[in-house]
Design a binder for this molecule. Structure first.
Ligand code: ATP
Ligand code: MG
Length: 191
């Protein structure tokens, strides 16, 4: 059994997709054990998108990889080829994006919840996310367009990437008393 955190980001909230998105998780058998709408400030967003160098370099390298795939010159678009510098820029855009409207924060619980949720959410970039995934179904945004416009990719959802990340993010977004333990009727049939 695992718990994982998802954030329905401001683009999805503003597009009226909260219900459709949560429906996907509920239908799969994942249980909502905590949920709230919250409009966070830069300070809180900054805690979510950490300044951890390893994480920033990872995000920078992912970005460089997509530039190579699309034949774009990172120097031209970002002004640098340094993964850490690019990671810092993407982080800044993420802070602006996450604070641009309310988000819906949800904790989902279930067997292998972290992996299952990432599968339902789909790959980070809508151009590569599978057609049946949430990002694949509801977005066609691209980092090439996003970076030209100096903004984050609008991919509707954040989902914890690992069990450790989930633990930290759950502690950041929720108090223990906001997380509930209850029995869902279909559990008897499904498990
Ligand atoms: P998330 O953490 O949001 O679930 P992820 O783990 O699939 O997504 P990360 O590498 O953690 O992806 O990136 C965090 C977020 O940063 C992405 O969801 C996306 O919105 C944004 N992002 C990542 N790379 C870029 C980029 N090159 N340009 C703009 N935004 C980006
Ligand atoms: Mg991530």
């Amino acid at each position: 059994m695992e718990k994982t955190l998802i954030l329905v980001k401001p683009d999805a909230v503003k597009r009226g997709l909260v219900g459709k998105i949560l429906d996907r998780f509920e239908q799969s058998g994942l249980k909502i054990v905590a949920m709230k709408m919250i409009w966070v400030d830069k300070d809180m967003a900054g805690k979510h998108y950490t300044t951890n160098e390893e994480f920033l370099v990872g995000m920078g390298n992912k970005t460089l990889k997509t530039y190579a795939e699309y034949g774009k010159d990172p120097l031209e678009v970002m002004g640098t080829k340094d993964p850490l510098e690019i990671g810092k820029m993407v982080r800044q855009w993420n802070l602006e994006f996450l604070t641009s409207g309310p988000v819906v924060a949800v904790i989902l619980e279930g067997i292998h919840a972290v992996t299952i949720v990432r599968k339902i959410v789909g790959a980070t970039l809508p151009t590569f996310s599978e057609p049946g995934s949430i990002r694949g179904m509801y977005s066609i945004d691209s980092p090439v367009l996003a970076n030209d416009r100096k903004r984050a990719v609008r991919n509707m959802i954040h989902a914890s990437g690992t069990v450790e990340e989930a633990k930290l993010e759950i502690e950041l977004w929720f108090h223990k008393r906001e997380i509930y333990d209850y029995h869902r009727a279909d559990e008897d049939v499904m498990f």
